[in-house]
Design a protein around this ligand. Structure first.
Ligand code: EPZ
Length: 434
């Protein structure tokens, strides 16, 4: 398994580019199921979850072409004929977001067989709200042998109020409702920019959606959707991770190709901690010259402080004077990185879904273990300021959601290298015709 070796101490200087958003690309690729015409997606990040989604769609009978060379961030998907509307356990266990195909398959094919995701490092993460919503749209759903079996001649519009705000739940039902008979109203929806980006693509495909990005979305069902071309929004979590890298290392970094308006709450909180940033156009400049001071966060649904930035923020406040309370409200087990940061010298006490981080404590290099995508990002950040050479194991987690992060960080002065079986950059992506 690949590892990162990082020697800390270098300020990050220069320009670092943000890739397309993984969490916008995954639902957009699932949306291709809704039409028999080609969907062309641009700004697709080259991360492992995209490759898993390619396999998922190809196994159903879709033609999926991941671009390479100059077109490496473009993907063309055509679901002309889907021979097997199924998402196997083998693929779903690698990526829970595979459940995003459930709604589109029932809507387009009238049936779907999708493996239940099973447990996850950061929490139980059931998909009961996806199932409940599909049943309200008229689907018949059974569960056996670890699979959900769903069927419907044609889904029917309905009113659905989510018991809890769910990002992929909103996206899954939004896609299903586009081909339903009649109007659907979704309430208590997720307002993440990735949801609005998906609705943007679906409307280009001929859907009739209003209100995406707010907590109430209306969808007038249509009988058919067409092909479209769409550019995926930038990855706000990758951008936020790089801004913290610049602040932590005392660097001067220009994070480009992002949308600062998607980072408002994060930049506001960083200002409270004493991080100087300046946003302009598609970039955020961070100047890490000030002393950092403690500040509390509570993770919330968008536009609140994102849970996907919690681990990176925790790494930052280990270097802030005072005690910061980090409260995780979205997932019940998202502090796996804390003990690894403690191994590097951080002072962190966990009390239920709260972590008390006392700083500033110098960090020293150690061998640490990544447990999930964002936890691995926080360990990379800590290693950038630790004294000595840190070895981070199981970096396959970070490859799921960060495109060639070691090359990007090396490009602005970080001493980072990957050891072990090199992630076969040249092997993936190649033009793949299923
Ligand atoms: C999305 O996951 C993101 N993934 C996650 O990013 C992100 O952490 C999460 O939203 C919250 O922002 C993608 O978009 C692919 P939820 P999702 O459904 O949709 C509970 C990353 O690091 N819930 O909004 O799976 C659930 O257990 C990943 O990129 C139910 O109880 O999250 C959680 O406590 C990690 N029943 C809460 O709701 C359901 O049917 C929010 O989860 C669905 C969710």
């Amino acid at each position: 398994m690949d590892k990162f070796v990082i020697r800390g101490g270098n300020p990050l200087l220069g320009t670092i580019r943000v890739s397309g958003a993984k969490n916008a690309a995954l639902p957009a690729m699932a949306a291709a199921i809704l039409t028999d015409e080609p969907i062309i997606l641009e700004n697709i990040p080259q991360v492992r979850d995209i490759e898993t989604t390619r396999k998922l769609l190809a196994a159903m009978g879709a033609e999926v072409e991941l671009g390479y060379g100059r077109a490496q961030h473009r993907t063309t998907i055509c679901c002309r004929s889907l021979t097997s509307p199924e998402a196997s356990y083998e693929l779903v266990k690698q990526m829970r977001a595979s459940s995003l195909v459930l709604g589109p398959l029932v809507a387009r094919c009238g049936r779907a067989r999708v493996s239940l995701p099973g447990g996850c490092a950061i929490g139980a993460r059931p998909i009961d709200l996806h199932v409940k919503g599909l049943e309200r749209l008229g689907a018949t759903i059974t569960q056996e042998h670890g699979y959900i079996e769903a069927s419907a001649d044609r889904l029917r519009g309905a009113e659905i109020v989510f018991d809890k705000i769910t990002v992929t739940g909103t996206e899954d039902l939004l896609m299903a409702a586009t081909l339903a008979d009649g109007e659907t109203m979704l309430q208590n929806c997720a307002r993440e920019p990735e949801v609005a980006d998906l609705a943007d693509l679906l409307n280009k495909m001929g859907a009739r959606i209003e209100g995406a990005g707010t907590s109430t979305i209306r969808i007038k069902g249509v009988s058919r959707l067409r092909g479209a071309k769409h550019r995926i929004i930038p990855d706000r979590i990758e951008a936020g991770t790089f801004v913290i890298a610049g602040a932590l290392t005392g660097g001067d970094l220009n994070v480009v190709g992002c949308d600062p308006s998607h980072l408002t709450v994060v930049l506001q909180k960083l200002a409270e901690v004493g991080v100087r940033t300046a946003s302009a156009g598609d970039s955020v400049r961070v100047i890490g010259d000030g002393a950092l001071k403690s500040a509390d966060i509570d993770t919330e649904e968008y536009p609140g402080f994102p849970t996907d930035m919690q681990a990176q923020y925790m790494a930052l406040v280990t270097q802030a004077d005072g005690a910061s309370m980090v409260t995780e409200n979205i997932f019940e087990n998202r502090f796996m990185h804390a003990q690894e940061l403690v191994r590097m010298g951080a002072n962190i006490k966990i009390e239920g879904h709260r972590a008390i981080v006392k700083g500033k404590t110098p960090l020293s290099a150690a061998a640490v273990l990544a447990s999930d995508l964002r936890a691995s990002a926080s360990l990379v950040l800590a290693a950038l300021v630790a004294d000595g050479e840190t070895i981070i194991d199981r970096v396959y987690h970070i490859d799921r959601g960060y495109e060639h992060i070691e090359e990007k960080l090396r490009g602005v002065g970080a001493q980072i290298r990957r050891i072990g079986e090199i992630f076969p950059k040249k092997a993936v992506p190649t033009a793949v015709r299923a």
